[in-house]
Design a protein around this ligand. Sequence first.
Ligand code: IMP
Ligand code: MG
Length: 196
Amino acid sequence: MSDVATVLFSEQEIRRRIQELGREITRDYAGRSPVLVSVLKGAFVFLADLFREIDLPVRIDFMSISSYGMHSEETGGVVRILKDLEQDIGGEDVVLVEDIIDTGLTLSYLMTALWARQPKSLEVCTLLDKSARRIPLVDIKYRGFECPDTFVVGYGLDVGERYRNLPVILAVPNQARLEENPDALLPFLPGASPDS
Ligand code: IMP
Ligand code: MG
């Protein structure tokens, strides 16, 4: 279909894994009402599917952070909070929901900022873990998939703000080639005919 990208995780694989994560969180937080904190924009798709698999009175909240430089994957960990949480998480059980943890610098900054608000507990749930590139030591309690050290797109993850609505997660080994031809992934959009 495309030589720019290959399917890394299918819709069915993603759905199944999220059901498992939802069951795990439901079990671990039985009798409690955790707050799922998600970082815009990439993680909102994962959060939307994940929290509907959690059989608890969960609450959700969002943060938005800036990343410096053209590519959000090169934040260097220097992030600024653009939109803060609406709820006070002091004394709450908080789960930080991320789309992908790459170097871990963004996560480690966020964890410090969230711990400062004195939640009762704080854990991390990420759909993808690109552990090969990890710099700081971060403890990830819930992990959807181990992700190879390649650029990935879809299911919330963008390239130049596009393709967040892909139902699958694609591996894009050569990002420069995609940037030359940004329409290359259109056939992967929902409803596109497979050989268009
Ligand atoms: P970290 O600080 O290096 O862990 O960066 C994590 C952030 O970089 C994620 O929240 C994503 O926004 C972005 N990112 C890292 N890898 C990818 C990728 O392969 N595709 C799309 N975005 C990515
Ligand atoms: Mg992100």
